[in-house]
Write a protein that binds this ligand. Structure first.
Ligand code: FRU
Length: 495
């Protein structure tokens, strides 16, 4: 019986997680989400219901590497302190049971009193991937039953490749809509579907096709109203540069036609992928991404730094997305994080000197910093912010004012990460940086969230010193506020 097979698979998964209870917690971030044990990738099924935020995620509860995708599940009242719940979906059926596949990404919606998940089942048949779209329901928000008539979308439309996944569903009036990632003619595309009951789906057409250079397949599409426009986001496979694309434009839901007016990147770092958003009960559009590990040194397995600590992968800090003038998005860290600030430090310098000034030091890496640089009376060519992890390891952020570039350099950081990430910011009179450090995670919100740069780092020491210096002329005026962020989620399963 299908129902029984799923229950057995779930029980096995939960037992595996408990059996592998995390031995040491000192590689865990303090305020970024990680799985209690095992591997994590995309956030799935984000929804708030009766005040409670639900987060599901791509999860291997058996090991710290990607395989046999399950849906992990956690709940929170503030998007920071999470309680882990039993695994929600496990591979168990002919359409989703595969160690090289499983229950792939998808989304959640309330339909009546059922928390409903629409997800991709991925298996392999005759050497080809088979990806279908499937439903699961829960009335208690914890235990999920797969729909006996799955799959509800058994195959891609004519012309679509077998890479057909990651449904994102929403309700509009009496109808449900879903976008799906796919490719046609070796170019990524997003498909639009419509349904009256979430069970029978009609294909409406291609919402958007990748332009040359924008990827051969688009994964994890998301599509939602933002301000007076609509925003489409996709994660592009097979592109050289940035893989997180956004498009802002107009959507006619009568014709299913989307006309993009602007486009850009959701994050200018290397370690942000497969984000999903949702509208919370305060009407905020909140986006959560997976801190992917693309910037790791070639050949280094993704779990190299954290496997012995029982996990691999974390999620980025949730971001509130709004639409600014000119139809471009702004990203703000969720304000809930301010409730976890402790030990504030405030400082200012009329002129940043050439000799590095110590702004703060901590016996933790969980630190938030607001730094404002005012170049009105400055002739400096360069400003350097250095995070020293131990005497020989540091991560540096250089603002090369002459070139108008921000350059994050992790070549002196610990093993597993290498490389430089650059982003052009020009030469504005003031440069505002909102910085979140948290063990393996570094996120920079630049100029009030005009863009965000996410980068993974793996300092061996859970300690930080922060220094500021200016080179090549009179330094800028600097003002800063620093906080330590206390751990949000009680450390579970740790000894
Ligand atoms: C994106 C992705 C999705 C897929 C999932 C599998 O990271 O490849 O397209 O559903 O991961 O884990």
């Amino acid at each position: 019986m299908p129902h029984q097979a799923h229950q057995l698979a779930l029980a096995k998964a939960d037992q595996a997680r408990e059996a592998h209870a995390v031995r040491r917690g000192d590689m865990r971030p303090a305020y970024h989400f990680t799985a209690p044990y095992g591997w994590l990738n995309d956030p799935n099924g984000l929804i708030q219901h009766q005040g409670v935020y639900h987060l599901f995620y791509q999860h291997n509860p058996y090991a710290t590497h990607w395989a046999q995708m399950h849906w992990g599940h956690a709940v929170s009242r503030d998007l920071l302190a999470w309680t882990h719940l039993p695994v929600a979906l496990a591979p168990s059926e002919p359409y989703d049971c595969d160690t090289r596949g499983g229950c792939y990404s998808g989304s959640a919606i309330m339909a009546g009193d059922a928390l409903t998940l629409l997800y991709t089942g991925c298996t392999h048949k005759n050497g080809l991937e088979e990806q279908t779209q499937n439903l699961a329901f829960s009335t208690d928000g914890i235990h999920f039953t797969k729909y006996p008539q799955n799959p509800v979308i058994p195959k891609p439309p004519k012309g679509g490749s077998e890479q057909f996944r990651d449904p994102k569903v929403w309700q509009w009036g009496q109808s449900y809509y879903a976008v799906l990632g796919n490719s046609m003619d070796a170019r990524g595309c997003v498909l639009l579907y419509r349904s009256d009951d979430l069970r029978a789906w009609a294909y409406c057409g291609v919402l958007l096709h990748a332009q040359p250079g924008q990827g051969w397949m688009w994964e994890c599409p998301d599509f939602f109203p933002l301000g007076n426009r609509w925003m489409l986001t996709v994660s592009a496979m097979g592109v050289q540069g940035n893989r997180n694309l956004w498009f802002v434009g107009d959507f006619d839901n009568q014709t299913g036609c989307f006309t993009p007016l602007q486009q850009g990147f959701l994050d200018v770092g290397d370690d942000f992928y497969a984000p999903q958003s949702f509208l919370d009960e305060h009407n905020r559009r909140i986006m959560i991404g997976w801190a992917d590990h693309k910037s790791q040194r070639e050949g280094v397995p993704p779990d190299a730094a954290t496997a012995s600590h029982g996990f691999c992968g974390h999620l980025c800090l949730p971001r509130v997305v709004t639409l600014a003038k000119g139809d471009t998005p702004r990203f703000a860290p969720i304000p809930e994080v301010t409730a976890y600030r402790i030990n504030p430090l405030h400082g200012a310098l009329p002129e940043v000197p050439a000799q590095p000034v110590l702004l703060g030091q901590w016996n933790t890496t969980a630190v938030e910093a607001l730094l404002l640089l005012d170049f009105q009376h400055s002739s400096a060519k360069q400003v350097t912010l250095a995070w020293q992890h131990d005497p020989s390891h540091a991560t540096t952020l250089v603002y090369d004012r002459a070139a108008g570039m921000l350059r994050l350099d992790r070549n002196q950081t610990d093993e597993c990460v290498s490389g430089v990430v650059e982003h052009a910011v020009g030469a504005p009179e003031t440069l505002a940086l909102h910085i979140f450090f948290d063990r393996n995670s570094l996120e920079l919100f630049i100029q009030d969230g005009v863009c965000v740069l996410s980068a993974n780092v793996f300092p061996k020491e859970n300690a930080l010193q922060m220094r500021l210096s200016a080179q090549g002329g009179q330094g800028p005026r600097a003002v800063w506020d620093l906080w330590e962020i206390k751990p949000c989620t009680p450390r579970q399963n740790e000894t």
